[in-house]
Design a protein around this ligand. Structure first.
Ligand SMILES: Cc1cc2nc3c(=O)[nH]c(=O)nc-3n(C[C@H](O)[C@H](O)[C@H](O)COP(=O)(O)OP(=O)(O)OC[C@H]3O[C@@H](n4cnc5c(N)ncnc54)[C@H](O)[C@@H]3O)c2cc1C
Length: 407
């Protein structure tokens, strides 16, 4: 039972990986939580490549049931602008392509099992305030009038849109430079070797890449992400054909294994690849996951970071509820831990992104021609000296890139 006359201890907006994780961890500690999601069917429609690395998930102790996994991944094939391939199989590249429809639903079900209340098809329309302080959420079940539900803590796990966090004063608006605009098909039939495939080059995907993430039954998510500032609506940019769908269709037409495949799903989307929000908390509110722009700036992956933020924020939210202290100083403990942990990695990746996007196809070709799987294994073990010396021997001007990689 929520205390002090509130309806709930916490209201969580969004039943994605971040929202369902924090809901589960609060509920299992006896907190009274409500999760709302505007989607009619949690997990659908899928707007994601569905790739997830194994390392982070294992570290969090999550044991994925087989129905949420489409295909296990045993490595990566990376293809340079000149078509040179590097195939990399190591424990660092193990992972899964998920059935996100099932994955998000499973996470929400776990939260329900622990005692959380989840309401689908219910949209947060505003914050409720009392004496100038947030004390709940105005929400509407589709087809019904809006009504207020109270809680001393509101958690925005709203993903890219983050309207409610914006109403609370968080700078959730994105500039085009810090967003990748994406297009993806789920295709069938595609023969694969349980490798994710990534294709680079200015003609393939300016400031981005094409991905092929294999799924079961010879299906694959075939997608593209490019810098939104280069996309076609910037008519005077002088960049020809910088439209993700046109580029992806062109890639597929040139790929003999894909050109005759069928498309089962077709969608476009956007993902943040910029810096995380400058603050994640304020009095009575926390922002977690992609709503807080906690996304990898190199590849746009946000599932693992959303799960991790859910875990970190839950610890602090639990204590806040127990102590009845919802001040931004108390809630800042989550932000502090995040910035010292995953935040450090995201900072480095942001720096690397900025260096990579200034490299020419020629620079990329040099790296693809020089680096081997053994070099990548060494880099993952933190042994940079050998691979760095090899790359620099042919192209000393790449020192800037390598510095960003190893700093
Ligand atoms: C094309 C594309 C491909 C991607 N591929 C990958 C990938 O392969 N691997 C990876 O790790 N990441 C990928 N991502 C990113 C990943 O999907 C997100 O980072 C991840 O889903 C973030 O989880 P989250 O819980 O923070 O937010 P979300 O999963 O976005 O969940 C937010 C939820 O909040 C709900 N919501 C929003 N506003 C309201 C409101 N006002 N009221 C009620 N509910 C609301 C939404 O309906 C949604 O269910 C991709 C993104 C895109 C666009």
């Amino acid at each position: 039972m929520a205390k002090n006359g509130y309806d709930y201890d916490a209201i969580i907006i969004g039943a994605g990986p971040a929202g369902s994780t924090i809901a589960r961890l609060l509920a299992q500690n006896g907190k009274d939580v409500l999760v709302i999601d505007k989607r009619k069917d949690i997990g659908s429609p899928v707007r994601c490549g569905e790739g997830l690395g194994q390392r982070e998930v294992v570290a969090m102790g999550l044991d994925l049931p087989k129905e949420v996994i489409s295909t296990p991944i045993v490595g990566a094939k990376v293809v340079g602008p000149n078509g040179k391939e590097i195939v990399w199989r190591s424990k660092d590249t193990n992972g899964w392509v998920l059935e996100r429809k099932m994955f998000d639903k499973w996470l929400a079900e776990l939260a329900v099992h622990k005692g959380a209340e989840v309401r689908a098809y219910t949209r947060a329309v505003d914050l409720v305030k009392k004496d100038g302080k947030i004390n709940g959420v105005r929400m509407e079940k589709y087809g019904s009038d809006a009504h207020d539900v109270t809680a001393p803590l509101v958690i925005s796990a709203e993903g890219m849109e983050a309207h409610i966090a914006r109403k609370a004063g968080f700078k959730t608006v994105h500039n085009l430079y810090d967003v990748d605009t994406c297009y993806q098909y789920e295709m069938q039939e595609y023969e694969h070797e349980n490798l994710i495939e990534l294709y680079f080059g200015n003609n393939v995907a300016p400031r981005g890449y094409v991905w092929i993430f294999p799924k079961k039954d010879k299906k694959a998510n075939v997608g593209i992400g490019i810098g939104a500032n280069l996309a076609k609506w910037k008519k005077n940019s002088g960049i020809m054909g910088a439209d993700p769908k046109i580029l992806l269709d062109d890639f597929i037409a040139k790929n003999p294994k894909l050109r005759d495949a069928s498309t089962l799903v077709d969608f476009g989307g956007v993902i943040s690849v910029g810096a995380p929000l400058d603050k994640f908390v304020d009095d009575n509110i926390m922002v977690i996951g992609t709503a807080a722009k906690q996304v990898d700036p190199i590849h746009g992956g946000g599932i693992a970071l959303a799960l991790e933020a859910g875990v970190m924020a839950a610890k602090v939210a639990n204590e806040a509820i127990e102590k009845g202290d919802f001040s931004k100083q108390k809630l800042f403990e989550y932000e502090k831990v995040w910035r010292a942990g995953p935040g450090k990695k995201v900072e480095k990746r942001l720096l690397l992104r900025k260096v990579l996007e200034n490299m020419s196809d020629d620079d990329f070709n040099h790296i693809f021609n020089t680096v081997t799987q053994q070099d990548l294994d060494l880099v993952m073990q933190g042994k940079f000296a050998g691979p760095v010396a090899k790359v620099l021997a042919g192209r000393p001007q790449l020192m800037g890139v390598l510095k960003a990689l190893i700093s």
